[in-house]
Design a binder for this molecule. Structure first.
Ligand code: ADP
Length: 398
C-alpha cells in the first residue's frame, strides 16, 4: 500500500514539477526570441532562432520584391504573356494577354488555354510547345492580327509547361495586305495599255492596216506608251515615299517659285483646254522637300485643269504669315461629298473613263497626300459637284 501511495505521490509530484519547469518555455514568444528571459541555458538557442527569423524575413521580402518587379514588367508589356502547365492549363497571364483573349485573369487562371480561344493556330502552337518544340503562328482575333510564339519550359529533360507570347502585328499585316493589293492593282493598270499597244502593233505588223490608219495607230501606241511611263513614274514616286529613308533632308522651299514653275509647265495644257490658269500672292518660305512640294502643287493644279469645264479657270494663291499655304481653286466639275475622302486612295477615280481619257493614273492625289504627310503639310478640300473644287495645302513655316 505504501508503495502504491508513494508511487501516486511521486507521479503527481513529477507532473507538477515538470509543468513548472516547462511553463516558462511554453511562454516563450517565438516572434521575439531575444526578449524572453526564461533560462540562461536557452539563450544560445534563442539567438539562433532570432537569426533564422531575420533570414526568413529577408528572403520573403526579397521574393516579394522580385515578384513585384516581375509583375511590373509583365503588366506593362504590350505583348500578351501566358504561362501554361503540362496539361495546357493557364498558370498565370498578364493584363495584355487577358485583354487579347477577352477574359478576366480570374476566369482564365486554372482553366485550359483553349477555353480562351478555339482557333486552330493556338491549338497547334500550344500542342507543339507542350510536345517540346518551339512554335509560332499568326492568329486573328476581334479584327486584329497577332503573332503567337510558344516555347516549352523544361525541367531536366521533361516538358513541364509552356510560355506563350502574343504580339499585335495588325499594322504590319495591314501594310502587307495593302502592298499586295497595290501590286495587284499596278499589274492590272499596266496590262490595259500594254494590251492595246500589242494589238495596234500586231495589225501594223501584219500589214492589214490602210496607209491612213497607220498614223492613227502609231499615235495611239504613242499615247498608251506615255500612259505606261506616267504609271511607272508615279509608282516609283509612291514607293520612294514609302521608303522614307531614301528621301532627301528637309530644306527651305519658296512656295511662290514652285507655283510659278507649275504654272509654266501646265500653261500649254490649260490653254489647249481653254482654261485660264493664274498664280497670285507673295514669296513665302516653308519647310519641305522641293521635289515633293512641287509634286503636290503640280498634281492639284493638273487636276484643277483636267477636271474643269471649257472656259473655266484655275486660280492659285500663295499666302504667307504664320500658317503659309497654297490654295488651288477651280471652277470645274467638282467631287461629290461621299467621294472627297476616297479620291486620295491609290487608283481611286470618281469617273474612271474621264480620268483615263485625260491620261490620269489614279495615283496623283495619293502621291500628294503621302508627300504632305512626309513633309508635315496639311491638306483640306472643299468641293461642290458642278461648281468646282478648292484645295488648301498648309505648310510649316521655315
Ligand atoms: P487621276 O490620275 O485620275 O487624276 P488623282 O489621284 O489625281 O488621279 O485623282 C483621283 C480622282 O479624283 C480623279 O480621277 C478625279 O475623278 C477626282 N478629282 C481629283 N481632282 C479633282 C478636281 N479638281 N475636280 C474634280 N475631280 C477631281
Amino acid at each position: 500500500e505504501i508503495v502504491v501511495a508513494v508511487l501516486i505521490i511521486s507521479l503527481v509530484g513529477a507532473r507538477l514539477m515538470s509543468k513548472r519547469i516547462v511553463a516558462p518555455i511554453n511562454e516563450i514568444d517565438l516572434e521575439r526570441p531575444l526578449e524572453n528571459d526564461a533560462y540562461a541555458e536557452l539563450s544560445p538557442l534563442m539567438l539562433r532562432m532570432e537569426k533564422q527569423r531575420r533570414e526568413i524575413r529577408d528572403k520573403m521580402e526579397q521574393l516579394k520584391e522580385q515578384r513585384g518587379e516581375f509583375a511590373a514588367v509583365t503588366e506593362n508589356m504590350s505583348e500578351g504573356l501566358m504561362v501554361l502547365d503540362g496539361s495546357a492549363a493557364v498558370l498565370s497571364l498578364n493584363e495584355s494577354a487577358a485583354k487579347i483573349f477577352g477574359a478576366s485573369p480570374k476566369e482564365a487562371v486554372g482553366g485550359n488555354v483553349l477555353a480562351l480561344d478555339r482557333s486552330e493556330e493556338l491549338q497547334e502552337t500550344v500542342s507543339a510547345a507542350l510536345g517540346g518544340e518551339a512554335a509560332s503562328a499568326c492568329m486573328s482575333k476581334n479584327g486584329r492580327y497577332y503573332e503567337l510564339l510558344a516555347n516549352p519550359v523544361r525541367k531536366e529533360d521533361e516538358v513541364m509547361g509552356a510560355i506563350l507570347l502574343a504580339m499585335d502585328i495588325t499594322e504590319k499585316a495591314m501594310a502587307e495586305r495593302n502592298r499586295r493589293e497595290f501590286t495587284a492593282n499596278v499589274s492590272h493598270e499596266l496590262k490595259t495599255p500594254l494590251t492595246s499597244i500589242s494589238g495596234y502593233a500586231e495589225i501594223m505588223k501584219n500589214g492589214v492596216a490602210r496607209e491612213d490608219d497607220m498614223k492613227e495607230f502609231a499615235s495611239r501606241i504613242y499615247d498608251e506608251a506615255n500612259r505606261l511611263i506616267r504609271l511607272v513614274n508615279d509608282t516609283i514616286k509612291l514607293s520612294q515615299l514609302d521608303e522614307k529613308a531614301a528621301l532627301p533632308e528637309m530644306e527651305t522651299v519658296d512656295l511662290m517659285t514652285v507655283a510659278k514653275d507649275v504654272e509654266a509647265s501646265l500653261g500649254e495644257q490649260a490653254a489647249k483646254l481653254g482654261i485660264t490658269l493664274e498664280v497670285n500672292g507673295e514669296n513665302c518660305m516653308v519647310k519641305g522637300i522641293h521635289r515633293l512640294v512641287s509634286d503636290m502643287i503640280y498634281n492639284f493644279c493638273e487636276n484643277a485643269v483636267k477636271y474643269n469645264k471649257a472656259g473655266g479657270s484655275v486660280s492659285v494663291t500663295v499666302s504667307g504669315g504664320d500658317m503659309p499655304s497654297v490654295t488651288i481653286a477651280d471652277t470645274g466639275i467638282g467631287i461629290p461629298k461621299e467621294e472627297q475622302e476616297r479620291v486620295f486612295e491609290r487608283f481611286y477615280r470618281v469617273d474612271k473613263s474621264h480620268s483615263k481619257e485625260t491620261g490620269g493614273t489614279g495615283l496623283g492625289l495619293s502621291i500628294a497626300k503621302h508627300a504632305a504627310d512626309v513633309t508635315g503639310a496639311e491638306i483640306s478640300m472643299e468641293s461642290e459637284p458642278g461648281r468646282g473644287t478648292t484645295v488648301m495645302i498648309t505648310f510649316q513655316k521655315a
